[in-house]
Write a protein that binds this ligand. Structure first.
Ligand SMILES: *Cc1c(COP(=O)(O)O)cnc(C)c1O
Length: 425
């Protein structure tokens, strides 16, 4: 579907029914698939033929939806996972092993920060975190001989920093490793990291892609552009025979366009089993069908709320890359010309108590540990996710006690502003 525009791909990519077949993607609610002969099935196990045999590895519903997301991001292959956490873990662990090292932006989702810095450390994988605004020298100095990947988020959750994807891709490639970008917040409607040099793109589809707070899920997309064989010494898992798969060498058999996702499916999904349920994939696809219609409204509401807050005397600071005053405005103009997302964060004067009182007064915006769906929601980290921290610790972590993160939904922006105005007053 490369010839169509992104709006059309949101609606129709990934699944084209034949004559008399269902117009909507069928939910293949079956764990297993039937074959006439053992030889037929043997070919699937040897990866000699493509087909389905067990839903832990692959399911047609998931594959239709993954193919749509691959088309949206401009990739060659994709896979759905049970969550965004599983997507980021698989994307990294597909090319890292005990003794490997990762260079990661320090401005990333808390769950991913924990995954890399604590859980993957237990597997013998180390990390160097770099400030997304570090100098080129600082970025290059973070690489080691055993570095296998660079990781960052297009728009970081919750810090809302904007990654200079081209700069990070250049540094990764100069050191012979791929750049993995978590593109959850802008979605491919607002940014396609592969066009800026990213090699692998990940998503928590739980957020805008589903968009209705209905189904947890994740996705990995391969650009097909990284030349694994040119760096074969770094990526033995892709470039040498896999003993657990009859000696297949993924990069040879499936090429740059297919090796990464085939290995992640055949090895990681087989062994870790974090498949998305076909039912959730169906729900995800309903979200994708309107993604291109919803994202501009999230951006419109986020921009309007950010501008209102910026001019309010009770607000100390607003973070939103669509504001001219924002540190990331110029970077966002390059990577997010149509806007980023609907998430705004701001600091209320008066700290923790003021933030708590403000949120109690909100009528439309609900207090939730969630972002990026149709209904506006908000969170004060100091009294929820980070409540164990003292004021001084919060300040040091760049999370002022009065910080509120607001995810602007699809309601009327005038109503949202009115709700915020009455709560502030
Ligand atoms: C939510 C989120 C994740 C984790 O995704 P889950 O679907 O909750 O597992 C990863 N990255 C980003 C940027 C997120 O916002």
């Amino acid at each position: 579907m490369t010839e169509y525009k992104i709006n059309t791909k949101c609606v129709q990519a990934g699944y084209t029914p034949g004559n008399g077949e269902p117009r909507q993607i069928p939910i293949v609610q079956s764990t297993t698939f039937k074959y006439n002969t053992s030889e037929d099935m043997g070919k699937l196990f040897d990866l000699e033929a493509s087909g389905y045999f067990y839903t832990r590895l692959q399911n047609p519903t998931n594959d239709y939806v993954a193919a749509k997301i691959a088309a949206l991001e401009g990739g060659t292959a994709a896979m759905l996972t049970s969550s965004g956490q599983a997507a980021n873990f698989f994307a990294l662990f597909n090319i890292c092993e005990c003794g490997s090292h990762i260079v990661s932006s320090s401005s990333i989702y808390g769950g991913t920060f924990n995954l890399i810095s604590v859980t993957m450390a237990k597997m013998g994988i180390t990390v160097t975190f770099v400030d997304p605004d570090c100098t080129d020298d600082e970025l290059n100095a973070a690489f080691q001989d055993n570095t296998r990947a660079v990781f960052g988020e297009t728009i970081a959750n919750p810090a809302l920093t904007v990654l200079d994807i081209e700069r990070f891709a250049k540094a990764a490639h100069a050191h012979g490793v791929p750049l993995i970008v978590d593109n959850t917040f802008p979605t491919p409607v607002n940014c396609r990291p592969i066009e800026w040099g990213a090699d692998i793109v990940t998503h928590s589809t739980t957020k805008y892609m589903d968009g209705h707070g209905a189904a947890v899920g994740g996705c990995i997309v391969d650009s097909g552009k990284f030349d694994w064989m040119a760096h074969a010494d770094k990526f033995p898992g892709l470039c040498t025979p896999d003993d657990s798969y009859h000696g297949i060498t993924y990069a040879e058999k499936f090429g740059n366009g297919g090796a990464f996702i085939t290995k992640a499916t055949a090895q990681l999904m087989r062994d870790f089993g974090s498949i998305q349920s076909p039912q959730n994939a169906f729900i995800l696809n309903l979200g994708l069908e309107s993604l291109h219609v919803r994202m501009p409204r999230h951006v419109e509401n986020g921009q309007a709320v950010a501008e209102f807050l910026e001019n309010h005397p009770k607000v100390e600071k607003v973070n939103y890359s669509g504001l001219k005053s924002d540190k990331y405005y110029h970077t966002a103009q390059k990577y997010l010309p149509n806007g980023g997302c609907g998430v705004v964060s701001f600091v209320i004067k008066g700290g923790r108590a003021a933030a708590e009182a403000f949120m109690k007064k909100l009528r439309l915006a609900a207090i939730e540990t969630h972002v990026a769906d149709a209904r506006t929601c908000c969170l004060n980290p100091a009294t929820s996710t980070h409540r164990q921290m003292t004021e001084a610790q919060l300040e040091a972590a760049g999370i002022p006690a009065g910080l509120v993160r607001m995810s602007c939904g699809l309601e009327d922006k005038e109503d949202l502003i009115q709700d915020i105005r009455q709560a502030l007053e």
